[in-house]
Design a protein around this ligand. Structure first.
Ligand code: UD1
Length: 359
């Protein structure tokens, strides 16, 4: 069997690594071609991740880089098509909801190559999010849909997708976390940064709705106020860094850093007293680890994390950051919630079993 995996961004690597591993193990004589679109390209956003996750060097680098949505999608499609023609895969495997995902699905489906979509069925019901458009298209045109939470079933049925295409397998991002837990716990990033485990807030912000407009300076001011109550550690995404260059100097109370590798970041996440984020994946990782997460967004495509009791939606409202210390005090001593079903470190094996059984 010839399988081709398309990845392009930091979270894609984390979601796909265990699937590549499980399929290579089950199909050692098969072709496993990895295509890196280059949507993320800085060493700290890309190569470091592939190395730490043990992903083999990509077979094809498309080097599409950043740009408008149309530019990124079009460039990826143009450069991926000849690769698909050369590799002639029996199946294309894509994760998530980024522009690389969208481009890969469209290119493959037009060549009549079946697609398997990892992390299918998530919906924010907000079509102004580019990822929501990508999710809908990816699910509509993928033959095999791998789901990680119950609401995905209803979301897909509501779009007329037949149950036969759906496979409830669990969460491959959690597979990676489980597989690397000993290694990331040994990192002790908190101590290296001089903050006490359990006592600091970890912040990540990168979504255009928050960082590309007027909300960013207000958010940074709120973070500086929070830093007077507890240390605030903030590894800054390159998109956010560009936008906050002028703001940063005014708020020396924050512990800012470059983007971190997977192991360094997961170490900080696992030891955090609280996490503030607009990321999707971090809502899931905190749920698995039982860390209080505050999500600075108007909605989430991952309501399972709210139901689990770890995630609180603050809205797209920087002023709500001020409520975090009181919210933490109110939940102190509460029992650690259990992770959602099938978030157990074995999702990729289930995916591989399904794919192998269809040969
Ligand atoms: C993508 C995804 C988004 C995901 C995010 C994770 C889409 C529609 N969006 O956004 O869902 O949460 O990645 O980070 O696909 N930059 C660098 N070096 C890099 C990458 C980016 O400097 O390696 C800078 C560039 O200025 C770039 C900007 O950051 O324009 C955008 O970064 P980001 O928002 O991460 O990338 P997208 O591909 O737009």
């Amino acid at each position: 069997m010839r399988i081709l995996y398309v990845v392009g961004t930091r979270p894609n690597f984390v979601k796909t690594a265990p699937v590549i591993g499980a399929l290579r193990e089950r199909l050692p004589a098969g072709r496993h071609a990895i295509v890196h679109t280059g949507q993320h390209y800085d060493r700290l956003m890309s190569a470091v991740f592939l190395e730490q996750l043990g992903v083999p060097a990509p077979d094809h680098m498309l080097e599409v880089g950043s740009g408008s949505h149309a530019e990124m999608t079009a460039r990826t499609m143009e450069r991926l098509e000849p690769v698909l023609l050369e590799e002639r895969p029996d199946l294309v495997v894509v994760p998530g909801d980024v522009n690389s995902t969208l481009a890969a699905v469209l290119t493959a489906v037009k060549l009549e190559i079946p697609v398997a979509h990892i992390e299918s069925g998530l919906r924010s019901f907000d079509l102004t999010m580019p990822e929501e458009v990508n999710r809908i298209v990816a699910d509509r045109f993928s033959e095999l849909l791998f789901l990680h939470s119950e609401e995905a079933v209803e979301n897909l049925r509501a779009e007329g997708i037949a149950d036969e295409r759906m496979q409830m397998v669990g969460n491959t991002m959690i597979d990676t976390l489980v597989a690397l837990e000993d290694r990331f716990r040994a990192e002790q990033t908190a101590s290296k940064l001089g903050v006490e485990p359990g006592a600091y807030a970890l912040v990540t912000l990168h979504r255009p709705a928050l960082v590309d407009g007027p909300l960013l300076p207000e958010t940074v001011a709120q973070l500086a106020a929070l830093a007077r109550e507890m240390p605030v550690v903030f590894p800054v995404h390159p998109r956010t860094r560009k936008m906050m260059e002028s703001v940063e100097a005014e708020h020396p109370g924050l512990l800012l850093s470059e983007p971190l590798g997977y192991l360094e970041f997961l170490s900080l996440l696992a030891d955090a007293g609280a996490v503030l984020t607009d990321s999707g994946g971090i809502q899931e990782e905190t749920t698995y680890l039982g860390i209080p997460c505050f999500t600075l967004r108007a909605n989430t495509e991952r309501p399972v994390t709210v139901r689990a009791g770890t995630n609180t939606l603050l809205g797209l409202d920087p002023a709500a950051i001020a409520g975090i210390p009181a919210a933490l005090a109110a939940r102190s001593g509460a029992e650690k919630p259990t992770p959602p079903p099938l978030w157990d470190g074995h999702a990729a094996e289930r995916i591989a079993d399904v794919i192998v059984s269809r040969q």
